[in-house]
Write a protein that binds this ligand. Structure first.
Ligand code: V47
Length: 374
């Protein structure tokens, strides 16, 4: 329920018509979303997003027990915001590539922790063979049949298709046969051509990213969607990004969650020009996405990207999911994140409870495994 105070604040901000649309479940236009971004009364916009969030999920805040694996940081793409990628695996350049045995062993060593998902993302490695990627999944799956494998972004799938002369459907079918369950949402950045040309001009285009996800959905593979905010994009370009995701979701229903990712400026080519986005910007981005993406069940604050305190706050600005325990994270820590490498389940419960929510452990497909009432 929206409080009288929130109603008055929304009226004062000139958001009465948008509020009425939200309350009557009428779809917001791109202009509405830009307006929500521009309004200075963040609390009013947040209250409206919180209303939608609580209508969908009550007081629950979802998390999962997962680990990250980045088998290689060697990457032929030259994304200007990236602090993780290296051109080769020479020690001097800090590039690395795990042998298959090493990568599998790393994952299996986490088995005693009760992990339910492995999140796997690689750089676009110039020489690794196709079998490396399929075998990695196959071996983990063979040794740990019940683990969920969330692996390879659309940018990697596009790279595999080009490099190994396969269609997206062939790549995904073979990965599925090897054990792939779901796909992470990385590599989306901002879809607008103007932005991609400047910050990531040599990897999958917006259309290719979307086509990979369309193909995955057709093959029954659920996927996630991200948006990197806080570099050169305008607010209208953020909204355009979300509009393209909303349109694909109308078509396929295959996205599980939307994940805004805050730019981290350390050790990359554009960090000096763009400081880390403010908490204010983060919260309005979560709130607007919750209101605009009416066909997405979940909005996630990836605590590693946002920081634990802001992730807690975001749980009252439209967010219902804070990602996972993670355990070993590289992409954000190499770009200046100072949060811990991981959370224990109890530290996660504390984080969620202190934000006034009830922790709910979920699996990779958002089935609730256990609600941890106080
Ligand atoms: O695509 C890279 C982003 C993404 C930086 O699907 C950066 O559940 C900010 O997609 N500052 C990879 N962002 C991470 C990702 C992800 C993370 C957690 C959960 C899920 C999921 C997906 O990280 C990249 C890029 O957009 N990124 N460098 C940086 N300096």
């Amino acid at each position: 329920m929206l409080s009288n105070l929130a109603h008055r604040a929304l009226e004062r901000a000139g958001l009465g018509p948008i509020r009425d649309k939200v309350l009557s479940k009428e779809r917001l236009t791109e202009e509405d979303a830009v307006r929500l971004f521009e309004v200075k009364d963040l609390a009013a916009v947040g209250a409206l997003a919180n209303h939608v969030r609580e209508e969908r999920h009550g007081n629950l805040a979802f998390y999962n027990r997962n680990v990250h694996l980045n088998p290689t940081n060697v990457c032929v793409a030259s994304c200007k915001f990236c602090s993780f990628a290296r051109l080769d695996d020479q020690e001097a350049s800090e590039g690395y590539t795990f042998q298959l045995d090493e990568a599998v062993e790393k994952v299996l060593s986490r088995k005693p922790l009760g992990v339910t998902e492995v999140h796997i993302v690689c750089g676009l490695h110039p020489t690794l063979p196709w079998e490396y990627y399929t075998e990695l999944l196959r071996r983990i799956r063979a040794a740990w049949p019940e683990i969920a494998l969330k692996a390879y972004t659309a940018v990697e799938i596009h790279f595999f298709a080009q490099k190994f002369g396969k269609s997206y459907a062939q790549v995904l079918t073979e990965l599925k046969a090897a054990g792939l369950d779901t796909m992470p949402g990385g590599g989306a950045e901002i879809f607008a051509k103007r932005v991609r040309r400047k910050i990531c001009d040599d990897k999958a285009t917006a259309e290719e990213w979307l086509e990979v996800h369309r193909t995955a959905h057709r093959l029954g593979i659920k996927t996630n969607a991200t948006m990197l905010y806080g570099t050169i994009e305008t607010l209208a370009e953020r909204v355009d990004h979300m509009a393209r995701l909303r349109a694909l979701q109308d078509e396929t229903g295959g996205f599980q969650v939307f994940i805004p990712l805050a730019f981290h400026p350390e050790h990359n080519m554009i960090g000096k020009a763009f400081p880390k986005p403010t908490g204010y910007d983060g919260l309005r981005t979560y709130a607007v996405s919750r209101l605009f993406l009416d066909n997405f069940d979940h909005v996630k604050a990836y605590w590693v990207s946002l920081g634990e305190r802001m992730a807690q706050t975001a749980l009252s600005f439209g967010v219902d999911d804070v990602d996972g325990t993670v355990l070993e994270e590289r992409i954000y820590h190499m770009a200046g994140s100072h949060v811990p490498q991981g959370q224990t389940e109890s530290s996660f419960h504390r984080l969620i409870r202190l934000a006034g929510r009830v922790p709910a452990e979920r699996d990779s497909l958002y089935h609730v495994l256990k609600v941890h009432e106080a």
